[in-house]
Write a protein of this length. Sequence first.
Length: 205
Amino acid sequence: MPKNKALFLDRDGTIVKEVEGDNPAKPEELGYLTRPEQVQLIPGAAAAIASARKLGYKIIVITNQSAIARGWLTEEELTRINNRTNELLLQENSGAIIDDIYFSPYHKDGVIEEYTRESSLRKPGVGMIELAVKKHDIDLANSWVIGDAYSDMKTAENAGTKSILVKTGYGKIAYRKCLDEKVKIDFIADNLLEAVKFIEKTEEN
């Protein structure tokens, strides 16, 4: 049996809108999505996920959630946020089904002891992808990481997948860092929907 191909999608800034930081003078400093009522889909995200599933891709969300280590969010609250995201996606498009969600609660600067450490689960580590590969039998060479952050593009490089940087969220800031760090990007898209359209074109060629 052939292995599955997957889209490894970042959540914040790729599927849902980033929450702005507290300092307008420093737009590169992220805010943290900590409540279900903050969840807003990026336009076209639901259509993109539905289209990718029709192309035969597993949809796997991989998201760093250091707010848990920092004490601003619990795992239970994160579950409610993810459930709200799924609910909004399905309201917009019944085919926008996420196959699995992996998250990293760890950060070395945290205040919650059990989460205050380095972890390969935290992007750009590949721990979340490795878990998904085992569970879903994924062929990484035919899979993509799509996100708006430098860590997403570096994760793709580390895992051996193809990569798409989206300009939503913090994509423009991430692009500059990827250039500085010489991290490969296979394609730059305005948003997730354009990213999936690009993938569809590559499969037609």
